[in-house]
Design a protein around this ligand. Structure first.
Ligand code: FAD
Length: 686
């Protein structure tokens, strides 16, 4: 039985609002009829909820007045674009209005000199790619839904795709956003804004914090040479082991996609070409470079690794037509399954890459125990897995089994240190699962962030965060324990919270001017909080305590023939590096962190997975926070094989200024202004 939600907006008020909306967007653009609203009561997930009306837009300038009207009248509203969301994000759970942004599809500018495209939110991802191709450029995020899904929807979900392994997900490719906030006010957020990174909150916020009106996207020149390889394997497990082998070689392919026989056969149905009997899985590998020699060397090493990992045969696409065919197998797997059965549930967990084989084993057992059929497709390089379960939602008993199996798959991902969503979001479908992943303290921070932007819960209400605070316990997860020093610091913060004592957080002290610290602040040093907690050579991640000196991390990695993309001239501690926002690329290195709140509560964010869109992106928001939000206890960073050190880094703008939204966020984290209180003092917090 699909999820259904009740109509809560009073019909008698509808006519007046309809008229006012029509004054802004035009009579023909406001729909309130039974059939018309029914068409907007679903997206690509199983959630259903009928809105009271739908507003279409002909110009982005209409968004703010519409939002203000609805906000002032306390009417719920949800932004929507192509409606390909797989977690119920694009339906309005309170029977409010759907704001359909799909017609806002202008590409305003393609600036190849500075690598920027400026677009409206309804621009379809593939339409942008086709336009960019004319200039020899591309936009990295390439979700499998790119033929229809929009840039606004991609931003709201922080969409990923095959190319994201090398070039990053949506949030890694955003430079600036124009946003309409829930009250109808307009703001611009960019990577160069002063203060901590507020822009980080919008990708993966699932339309709950603001509506993207215009976006400035990073675009890249299409690499000169691209090679596409399909490796056949006797089992999906072998294909996944080959993925770990390739990454361990220090090769970062453009894409590394795995799929099982069921998915391949579905995709090839009706086509001339068949796969050999013994092929149980395909691994699609794409390598790119501007230097042919480098590319060919990588191709040879990739081939050797594939053979070592039991590849049965390796095909390299000879021309663009063959490349397109290989990608067709991957991209057709979902539509083909959708043709085979009335419904497909696309699950979307992620685990640390080396744990994919364990996850796979457990997922197969779960599917078997619930007697379900699924095609298995993986963004294997990212550890992001999609079991695509086919079923018929009219069969209530089968649908119940599908839901239960989905929950068990997510629990498996959590148990392995992973997450409940690598790219499709939480929406309504996974709200309950948020309790399994996060502590109640962390969920409370997410709730307060939502309330700071939208106190009346009007914009895309009741998404992403569990509605009832029913204390469903967090599951046991493969994650490191806390050191004695970290526990001491948490206890000390609890104590200071009770006494109301103010704290000045000090790492190595290199960035703290002692003359700045007011007399009523007691210093809390992270010295001694300096252990390397986990160095995972297969996953290419390091987790270390925040007081560790960057130089010590560099030395350790050098000894292990590894490196980290931190500017050579940067010193101080890891915590200080994040708090003071030293280089723009840091945001793409950060995978996880443990934070201590002013009251001594522990907040654990992210981990060793490459992708995680489950909560609000508080992790990246910590960049530039200068100890005003929380004490950073530990961090998990991406690392790489030595010899491929990145050299060009961008220095962002001045981090030491804060605006009114920063102050609202400060209230969420540290309402009594106990942490580094002087830094935002001129704004009179506390
Ligand atoms: C076949 C298929 C394949 C898919 N493959 C992938 C994949 O490879 N990778 C991936 O990441 N996802 C994938 N998805 C999921 C989905 O396509 C993405 O989440 C996509 O980003 C949604 O875009 P949309 O335009 O359809 O947005 P919608 O579904 O209309 O909306 C998605 C969410 O964004 C919000 N929203 C929409 N526009 C705005 C805006 N302007 N401002 C603020 N909020 C907004 C909505 O409220 C909603 O919460 C796939 C889905 C399908 C059906």
């Amino acid at each position: 039985m699909p999820l259904q939600f009740t109509f809560m907006f009073k019909r008698k008020d509808l006519e007046g609002i309809r008229e006012k909306l029509a004054e802004i967007v035009g009579e023909e653009n406001v729909l309130t009829g039974e059939l018309e609203t029914a068409l907007y009561s679903y997206d690509a997930s199983m959630a259903r909820a009928k809105p009271c009306g739908v507003a279409h837009f002909d110009s982005p300038e209409q968004i703010a007045p519409v939002v203000k009207l609805l906000y002032d009248n306390k009417i719920h509203f949800s932004p929507r674009a192509a409606g390909t969301n797989l977690s119920g994000g694009a339906v309005n759970l309170k029977g409010g209005f759907i704001l359909n942004l799909a017609r806002l599809d202008k590409i305003h500018q393609i600036d190849t000199r500075n690598g920027i495209a400026v677009v409206e939110p309804g621009v379809v991802n593939l339409a942008l790619q086709e336009e960019l191709e004319k200039f020899g450029f591309f936009y990295a995020p390439d979700p499998a839904s790119q033929k229809v899904s929009t840039i606004g929807g991609n931003i709201a979900e922080n969409a990923g795709g095959p190319q994201c392994l090398k070039y990053g997900v949506t949030s890694d490719n955003l430079l600036k956003l124009e946003v309409v906030l829930p009250d109808g006010s307009e703001r611009t957020f960019s990577l160069d804004d002063p203060g901590f990174e507020l822009m980080s909150l919008f990708p993966q916020s699932e339309g709950t914090l603001g509506i993207v009106k215009k976006a400035w996207l990073k675009i890249l020149p299409i690499p000169k040479y691209i090679k596409t390889v399909a490796a056949h394997f006797p089992s999906i497990e072998d294909s996944i082991l080959a993925v770990t082998g390739i990454i361990a070689e220090g090769i970062i392919p453009r894409s590394l996609e795995a799929m099982d026989k069921f998915s391949i056969q579905a995709a090839l149905k009706g086509l001339e070409r068949k796969i050999p009997e013994d092929t149980e899985a395909l691994l699609l590998i794409e390598l790119d470079s501007d230097d042919l020699e480098t590319l060919e060397k990588e191709l040879v090493r990739t081939g050797e690794t594939l053979k070592k990992n039991r590849a049965l045969r390796i095909e390299t696409a000879k021309d663009e037509k063959e490349r397109e065919f290989l990608w067709k197998i991957r991209k057709e797997s979902y539509p083909a399954l959708a043709r085979m059965s009335p419904n497909v549930m696309v699950e979307d967990g992620a685990v640390p890459r080396p744990l994919l084989p364990r996850a796979l084993k457990e997922i197969k057992e779960i599917l078997n125990s619930y007697k379900l059929k699924a095609g298995l497709v993986f963004h294997a390089g990212d550890g992001n897995l999609h079991p695509n379960v086919i079923f018929d939602e009219r069969d209530l008993e089968e649908t119940r089994r599908v839901r239960k199996a989905g929950h068990e798959i997510l629990k498996t991902c959590i148990k392995l240190g992973g997450t409940i969503s690598g790219e499709h979001g939480v929406g309504v479908e996974k709200r309950a699962a948020m309790n399994w992943l996060y502590s109640q303290e962390t969920l409370e921070i997410f709730r307060k962030i939502k309330a700071a932007f939208d106190p009346d819960n009007l914009l895309n209400p009741d998404k992403k965060i569990p509605v009832s605070k029913n204390q469903i316990p967090k599951l046991e997860r493969e994650e490191p324990g806390l050191s004695d020093k970290a526990k001491d610091l948490l206890n000390e913060m609890k104590f200071r919270d009770k006494t109301g004592e103010r704290t000045a957080i000090s790492g190595s002290g290199s960035k703290l001017n002692p003359r700045e610290i007011p007399g009523n602040c007691k210093i809390l040093k992270t010295a001694g909080l300096d252990k390397v907690i986990d160095l995972d050579r297969e996953n290419f991640t390091v987790t270390a305590e925040a007081g560790l000196k960057i130089s010590e991390l560099r030395d350790l990695l050098r000894r292990e023939k590894l490196s980290v993309d931190i500017p050579e001239d940067l010193n101080g501690t890891l915590g200080g590096m994040i708090a003071s926002r030293e280089f723009r690329e840091l945001r793409s290195l950060l995978l996880g962190a443990d934070l201590a709140l002013a009251g001594g509560d522990l907040i654990r964010l992210g981990g060793k997975t490459m992708k995680d869109v489950s909560g609000y992106d508080v992790l990246r928001m910590m960049i530039g926070s200068r100890g005003t939000l929380a004490l950073i206890l530990s961090v998990t960073l991406k690392i790489r094989a030595a010899g491929s050190q990145k050299r060009d880094f961008k220095r962002p703008g001045e981090a030491a200024q804060f605006g009114d939204l920063h102050l609202k966020i400060k209230q969420v984290f540290d309402p009594r202004n106990l942490l580094n209180p002087w830094i935002m003092q001129d704004k009179r917090i506390g």
